[in-house]
Design a protein around this ligand. Structure first.
Ligand code: SF4
Length: 487
């Protein structure tokens, strides 16, 4: 029988720092940052240049947000950012472990970094994120990747200033990985990737224990941030020029549960909507079982909540959904989609689908394909099931052969793409508001803008338009995106 990782593991072996009450912890980490700043200045003298850092993110939006915090601390203590892993004096890999190929990519890239470190012995390498919460991974890195300088997990990211300082003072591997989070520290510096949009964590962890998913074991139990802290952060972001926020959590629909007197997620959205300067609100991810009537009504009536909902279905078979522990049936999911379409007709729907879950049969997979045809998603992220050690499903026997899985996967992908193209093409000829995000990487005479429904449009423009909203006519559909013209 599969056991939960945290029951199997004595994390005290990997824990070297201590938790303090929140305010004291914030004060301590600020002090640690000052010490780290001194150490980075000394390092700059030794190297003859300001030390450079490269933070590489694997995985989801939550990780992307964590990387912004890591980079925020590094810049605050004197590192300069570079895109070059080869040249950086410090490389941080913020890892993902949702699928095994994400782990393998990290190991592969570590081999290359080792060669770089041999050329530049002052180079430092840090690993953090979900993969590092896995004891097998820690042991593997301890034994086979001894050139790594720092390992820390998802629960003590807020201690990064202290861990960075320890790493800079030490010449051996520092490991600090906790079994669970004890506190939410609010005030660490952040460097945002985009000046005009930002993720905002509203909760951490997950209590759902889908039988294929490692997240509850590596990200811990669900903890919501206090709404007043979230709103304070959104107000500060708006004052700094951010106009689009993405509220982040593994299951935002259960925001506030377990916190007495806290707002529900729809109520939180309504409060965020009141913040002056915020023009667009997005959120991710919504579990279908917790998506309420109240949320549909708030989305319908909102002027700021984007017309896009990511609603992971995972499978179109009720039996597979039951084994996945998803707590909804195919019929309930379809009824929810019908309600959403009725109330918010211009809503763009995207989803996640797993193919090859252990109990899945060919008929189950056919049901998933039929569901995709019926819903007509605007996009779907399709994955072949990847067993994660410690999750219940990892020990269940497979029903389909590898050939059946990959043949079914290809067919599903085709249907997903056809339906997505049809759905996006319906917008052709319309004029929509786009937020300009960047100059197009293939053609510098174009800029790339994102519509409220998350579809991209490329249209003539220049860098001065980045961060601005423009009305754009969607002239030519190119599959999943448009070529447009500013009106
Ligand atoms: S809801 Fe399920 S799939 Fe999503 S993070 Fe939680 S356990 Fe994983």
């Amino acid at each position: 029988m599969a056991l939960h990782l945290y029951r199997e593991t004595d994390y005290s072996r990997y824990t070297s720092t201590t938790a303090y009450p929140t305010e004291e912890e914030e004060r301590r980490q600020k002090e640690e940052m000052q010490t780290a700043e001194g150490l980075v200045s000394e390092l700059a003298l030794k190297l003859g240049h300001a030390p450079t850092c490269c933070v590489v993110t694997f995985g989801c939006q939550m990780n992307a947000r964590d990387s912004e915090k890591i980079l925020g601390v590094l810049k605050a203590v004197g590192y300069q950012e570079t895109d070059s892993e080869d040249e950086a004096d410090l490389v941080v890999y913020n890892t993902c472990t949702v699928r095994d190929n994400a782990n393998q990519r990290v190991y592969g890239r570590l081999g290359h970094l080792h060669a770089m470190k041999k050329k530049n012995p002052a180079k430092r390498i840090a690993l953090c994120g979900c993969m590092i919460q896995e004891p097998d991974v820690i042991e593997k890195i301890r034994s086979s990747y001894r050139f790594v300088d720092l390992l820390f997990g998802t629960h003590n990211l807020y201690k990064f200033p202290e861990l960075l300082k320890k790493m800079l003072e030490s010449d051996h591997m520092i490991i600090d990985v906790w079994k669970q989070a004890d506190t939410i520290v609010e005030d660490l510096p952040v460097v945002r990737k985009y000046p005009f949009k930002s993720g905002v964590n509203i909760m951490f962890g997950c209590d759902n224990y889908c039988t294929y998913c490692i997240v509850p074991y590596v990200r811990g139990r669900e903890r919501s941030r206090a709404s007043k802290e979230i709103l304070r952060e959104v107000e500060r972001l708006a004052a700094e020029g951010v106009s689009e926020v993405m509220l982040l959590g593994q299951n935002v629909n259960s925001y506030g549960s377990g916190l007495n007197g806290e707002l529900s997620f729809p109520q939180l959205l309504q409060e965020v909507e009141k913040v002056e300067g915020i023009r667009r609100i997005r959120f991710m991810t919504s579990h279908p079982k917790d998506l309420s009537e109240e949320l549909i009504a708030v989305m319908r009536d909102s002027k700021k909540i984007c017309r896009h909902l990511h609603l992971p279905v995972q499978s179109g078979s009720t039996e597979v959904l039951r084994k996945m522990n998803r707590h909804y049936t195919r019929e309930q999911y379809l009824a929810l989609v019908a309600r959403l379409r009725r109330e918010i007709p211009d809503l763009s729907l995207t989803t996640d689908i797993i193919v090859g879950f252990p109990s899945e049969t060919r008929e189950d997979l056919e049901e998933t394909i039929r569901l995709v045809e019926e819903v007509g998603y605007d996009n779907a992220f399709t994955f072949i099931y990847s067993p994660r050690t410690g999750t219940p499903a990892a020990s269940w026997p497979m029903q389909m052969s590898e050939e059946e899985i990959s043949e079914g996967f290809e067919r599903l992908l085709k249907v997903v793409q056809e339906k997505a193209r049809e759905s996006v093409a319906k917008l052709t000829g319309r004029t929509e508001e786009a937020l300009v995000e960047e100059v197009n990487s293939h053609d510098a005479s174009l800029v790339t803008g994102r519509l409220s429904n998350n579809v991209l449009v490329h249209f003539p423009g220049d860098a001065s338009m980045i961060g601005q909203y423009h009305q754009v006519k969607l002239k030519e559909n190119r599959g999943f995106y448009f070529i447009g013209e500013k009106v």
